[in-house]
Design a protein around this ligand. Structure first.
Ligand SMILES: O=C(O)[C@H](O)[C@@H](O)[C@H](O)[C@H](O)COP(=O)(O)O
Length: 268
């Protein structure tokens, strides 16, 4: 696989020559974590986001993954969701259903989408309640240093402004410490009403992957990874720092183009 790999205090950086190679390695990564988690816990609790991420997961629907992954053990959640009807073109659930979930044998009752018939605030409360039930039965593991859910894997994209999930730069919800799921009604990226995991939940996961492609993200990637004295509130991706879990960045060359090149001596 032609990619560079480096480990620093911002996690593991994997940089690919092409989006196709990135997609192949991302599918391998998800499949390996699924296998490990099913072996250790009997289930795999994964949280998805929206955006280009779902397209980049496309190889999971194809051979060998469509046959080798133990799909019946998957429990699906969303790290963030737009508060729109499930059949709306803006719905992250619809995006994932059309692009992934309808193409593999997921158990329908294992798909935990939001309540789309209530306000953003109520949808966030309902979703947190749902996750609390899953933690109680340990279908989602629990952090051993807080009472937070410990997802086996949270997959995130990143906007060119450095936002992750629906945690946007300098927004008050970046400081939310108590709730697991919160809501916003003023998203700078449409649609305005969204629910989102909070940073304590993201940072309690066993594994977090940040999947970022395209030159328009290069500046934000550099600020999130390289900046010496970063203003974290202005680059939420910088605040993704799993307490005990592992962070992996999947970057294509354009997205990585502003990183300090001396960090990447090895072409593997
Ligand atoms: O609901 C959303 O808007 C997404 O969850 C959001 O956080 C997305 O992941 C980023 O905006 C990156 O999106 P792109 O990869 O499409 O740029």
């Amino acid at each position: 696989m032609a990619h560079s790999e480096v480990h620093n205090n911002r996690g593991e950086l994997r940089i690919y020559e092409s989006v196709d190679e990135l997609g192949t390695d991302l599918a391998d990564y998800v499949a390996e974590l699924s296998e490990l988690s099913v072996k250790e816990r009997g289930v795999f609790a994964i949280a998805l986001s929206g955006g280009s991420l779902i397209g980049l997961l496309g190889k999971l629907c194809k051979a060998p993954y469509n046959r080798t992954i133990d799909w019946a053990k998957w429990y699906i959640f969303w790290a963030d969701e737009r508060v729109v009807a499930k059949n709306h073109v803006d719905s992250n659930y619809k995006l994932a259903k059309d692009g992934l979930l309808s193409k593999v044998p997921i158990v329908p009752s294992h798909v935990h989408s939001i309540n789309d018939s209530v306000s953003a605030e109520a949808a966030a409360d309902d979703y947190e309640f749902d996750i609390r039930q899953m933690v109680r039965t340990r279908l989602i593991s629990v952090s051993d240093i807080s009472d937070c859910p410990k997802f086996d894997l949270i997959l995130l994209g990143m906007g060119s402004d450095g936002h992750i999930a629906s945690l946007f730069p300098n927004h008050l919800v970046l400081d939310e410490k108590d709730q697991w799921v919160t809501y916003i009604t003023d998203s700078p990226k449409p649609p305005p009403e969204r629910i989102t995991f909070t940073l304590p939940v993201i940072n309690s996961a066993s594994n977090v992957a940040l999947v970022v492609t395209g030159g328009n993200k290069a500046e934000a990637v550099c600020l999130a990874v390289d900046a010496v004295e970063p203003d974290c509130q202005s680059i939420p991706a910088r605040m993704v720092q799993p307490t005990k879990g592992k962070l992996v960045w999947f970057l294509d060359r354009p997205a990585a183009s502003k990183l300090n090149n001396s960090q990447f001596p090895n072409q593997g």
